[in-house]
Design a protein around this ligand. Structure first.
Ligand SMILES: Cc1cc2nc3c(=O)[nH]c(=O)nc-3n(C[C@H](O)[C@H](O)[C@H](O)COP(=O)(O)OP(=O)(O)OC[C@H]3O[C@@H](n4cnc5c(N)ncnc54)[C@H](O)[C@@H]3O)c2cc1C
Length: 274
């Protein structure tokens, strides 16, 4: 969270070109910066900001870039899938904005939630909760070109929140190596979470997915409870989990995958949203 300089509306350097409502309090914002922002890679995020109505304070938050599938993508347009957090500082302001309104965009692509060097023998598992599907949308077409198998897993509360499900299912028709698993927790039954698919071997047994450190990478984005980020003992390297049963714990203990770090490449990549 950053509220330091720049501060006022005079810093606004981008326009909301289009807003697509997905569900109540969930929209895709298409934002055009006055000057294109270079260096975009799948998985990057940017920061946007709005000045609070009563003052000079610019409230800024990071958002993963997203990408609708299909032809005609404008590379200079920023696509963001954003959920309104009613008690939050920025999103209630953002959801009061309309098409043509101005805002601040930090002119820099940032992040380390990036794809490894892809190989044809790879299986890429892209697992998300809520708006965490956004960075995976930017990765999908790139992975598709090279990797043997892509498994896109998405967990949301209500079916209407599956912002890109129609596009993904259409894309699947011409890309048989893409498996799409959408999970809904507050409608219908039985309730299944992303972690269940790894812990109970559902991916292997029901979907024919092989998970090995040699060929599998797992990307997990969204709710920290799904990811279950461990603390690492600096001396021994031992991991301890405040939230047990998360993906990282299952992937390390059951499948022998390792957390990816710049100095020690691994197969588990994660981006937590709060
Ligand atoms: C790298 C990164 C990328 C992000 N990308 C996205 C994105 O693509 N889309 C998006 O909607 N958000 C994304 N977020 C979260 C975003 O930055 C804000 O935290 C969020 O929009 C809430 O902002 P706020 O000022 O309204 O509320 P805040 O005051 O910042 O947050 C209040 C509380 O809201 C909850 N919260 C935050 N984000 C979410 C969320 N996405 N879903 C449910 N509850 C949430 C948390 O409990 C948080 O403590 C990202 C965060 C990070 C760190």
């Amino acid at each position: 969270m950053s509220t330091d300089k720049p501060t006022g509306v005079d810093t606004y350097n981008a326009t909301i070109e289009r807003i697509e409502s997905v569900a109540d309090g969930l929209s895709i914002f298409f934002i055009r910066p006055d000057a294109p922002i270079p260096g975009r890679q799948p998985g990057h995020y940017i920061s946007i900001g709005l000045v609070e109505p009563d003052g000079e304070k610019l409230v800024r938050r990071p958002y993963s870039l997203s990408q609708s599938l299909g032809s005609g993508i404008d590379p200079d347009l920023l696509e963001l899938l954003i959920i309104r957090v009613p008690e939050g500082d920025l999103t209630p302001l953002l959801f009061n904005q309309g098409e043509g309104d101005r805002l601040f965009v930090r002119p820099k692509m940032v992040g380390t939630y990036l794809l490894p060097e892809l190989r044809p023998d790879m299986t890429m598992i892209l697992a998300s909760t809520g708006t965490g599907v956004a960075p995976h949308m930017t990765m999908l077409e790139t992975c598709m070109k090279t990797c043997k198998q892509i498994v896109m897993m998405e967990c949301v509360r209500y079916g209407a929140e599956l912002a890109y499900a129609g596009q993904i299912r259409e894309f699947q028709k011409t890309h048989p190596n893409l498996a799409y698993i959408s999970l809904i927790t507050r409608e219908g039954s039985p309730k299944r979470y992303i972690q269940d698919y790894f812990r109970d071997g559902i991916l292997e047994n029901e979907h024919g997915v092989t998970i090995t450190p040699e060929t599998t990478h797992v990307f997990a984005c969204g709710n920290p409870a799904m990811i279950g980020i461990p603390k690492e003992d600096r001396k021994t390297g031992e991991l301890s989990y405040e939230t047990p049963g998360g993906l990282v714990e299952i992937l390390t203990s059951r499948y022998g995958l390792a957390i990816h770090k710049a100095r020690r490449p691994g197969q588990i990549h994660f981006e937590k949203y709060w």
